[in-house]
Design a protein around this ligand. Sequence first.
Ligand code: N01
Length: 528
Amino acid sequence: MKFDVIVVGGGFAGLYMLHRARGLGLAARVFEAGSGVGGTWYWNRYPGARCDVESLEYSYQFDERLQQEWRWSERFAAQPEILRYADHVADRFGLRSDIQLNARVAAAHFDESARCWTVRSADGQAATARYLVMATGCLSVPNRPALPGLERYAGAVYHTGAWPHDKVDFRGLRVGVIGTGSSAVQSIPLIAAEAKELHVFQRTATYSVPAHNGPLDSAYEARVKADYAGFRARNSQMPNAFGSNLPRNESSALAATPAERQRAFEARWRHGGLFLLGAFGDLILDAQANETAAEFVRDKIRATVRDPALAERLLPRQRIGCKRLCLDSGYYETFNRDNVELVDLNDAPLEGATPQGLRAGGRDYALDAIVFATGFDAMTGALARIDIRGRGGRALREAWAGGPRSYLGLAVAGFPNLFTITGPGSPSVLTNMLVSIEQHVNWIAECIAQLNARGHATIEALPQAQDAWVAHVNAVAERTVYPLCNSWYLGANVPGKPRVFMPLLGFPAYAKKCEEVATAGYEGFALA
Ligand code: N01
C-alpha cells in the first residue's frame, strides 16, 4: 500500500490531519490501535472522566457549520459525549474509509534512497508514504508502576487510561485507588459513592479546584455562537489558548493586600475551572507569590474536610500548578464519607500486592479491585514505543535517550518528512489541546502543500535550529515554578525517564514563531 501521507493515531489530531490531507488531494491513511476513533476519549472511560476545558472551547473550529450545529449538554463535557463528538466528526467528514482500526503501528523506517517511510503494524502489514505524521497523543501510554506480587493478586485490576468499555460495577466491593492526579480526583467521588469501601493510596497530595460543572447555559452558548470566530481568536491570544472570558490578571500577588488576594482567589474559585492561577501574573513565576495561592487552596481543604488530622494529610505541599491543577466535583468532600480511607504512602510506603489486596506500611488492605490512576508515560511514551528510524537507521529512541529534542515540537533532525502533532517542545499539554492540534495540523498541511508546489521531496529540521529551540524551551520553563516538582511534564513519574521539561509555555508567541518560520521559507529546516 502506497500513500502520500500516513497518520499514526485516530484521535482528534489524526482525524483532522486526515481531513486536511484529503483536502490537499493527497492519498492518506490513518492507522489507529483502538477499535474506534477518539484517542484519549476512546481509552479513558473511567467513572467521572470529563474534560477540564469548557466544551465550547474544547472542540474543533475548522468548520463553522460543525461548531454551530453541534450542541454540548454540559459546561465541561463528559467522556461519552466527547467520544460521540469524535465519532460525529469522523462520519460527518466521511473519514472512516481511510482509517484502519485495530492497527497498532510497531515500526516506521525512513528509506533514504526512495525518500519515503515504510510503516509496519504489529500484525505485519506494511505501507509506505512520503510523509509520516505522528498523531499519537501526549497522554496515551498508561504508566502502571511495577508492583511486586501483582501477578498473584486475585481481584480485578484496572487502569484509568485503559478502562473497560462496559460499566464496571463497584457496588458492594472493597476498592483501592492508587494515585491522586486528575484521573483519580475525577473518579474517586463516583467510586466512593458506589463501593462498600474505598482506600485511596496517596503519594503526593493534590491541588484541586471545583469545576462547578452543570448544564451548558443556552444563553451563553448563543452569545458564543453569534461570534464563534471572534471567541476563538480571543482564546488563541491567551497563554494557554483558552479562557478569554476570564483572562489572567497581570498584576503581582505580592503587591496585593491579603484581602485583595483573598477576593481575587475567591472569585476564581467560585467561577470554577482552571482559572485560579490566572488571579495574578506572578503565581507561576515567583515561589512566594505561588505560595499565596497554594495556601488559599489549603484553607479550602481545611474548611472542607471535617477531621483536621485527615485534612492535614490531604494538604499539598509542592508549588501549586507545577503539577497540573486538577478540577473536581466533590473530591475533598469525599474524604468525609465513612467508607473512604486515605492511606498516606509517605507514612506507609506501598510494598506490593498480595493475593488478597495491597500491602502498605506493614498493613494488609483486603481489596476486590485495584484501580491504577497512576497516569501516563507522557509526551514521549507513544513515540518511544514505535521503532522509528530516520537517516542512517538511527532510532528516535536513541536520538532522544537524554530527553526529547525537536524543532518547534514538530520535527526532529535526522528524521526527514516526519511530523509530530503536539510533540514535546510545543505548547501542547499546557494548552487547550484542540487549539494546539489544529494549529499543528494546519501548519503541517500548509508545509506539505508548499513542498509539493515547489517541487521539494523532503524537509528536515536542522540540528542547530533544533539545539536552539530545545535551549529556548528550557529557558522559558526555568523562569517559572514548573521545573520545581516531580511532574509528568518533566517525565519524573516514570522511573528512569530523563528529567526534561517537555512542553513549551505560551501559545501565542509559539504560534507566531511557527508562522514566521513558514513565511521565511521554512527557516531552520533543510528542504531538498
Ligand atoms: O495522572 P497523573 P492522571 N506509587 O500523573 C501517582 C490529563 N487528564 O491520569 O504525584 C504511588 O497526574 C502519582 O503520584 P505522584 C491531565 O493533563 C485530564 O491523573 O507522582 N503513586 C499521582 O498522584 C493530567 O494531568 C483530565 O507522587 C503513584 C498519580 O499516580 C494527566 O492527564 C482528566 C505511583 C498520577 O497522576 C494525567 O492525569 C484526567 C506509584 N508508583 C487526566 N506512580 C481532564 O481533562 C504514580 N503515582 C480533567
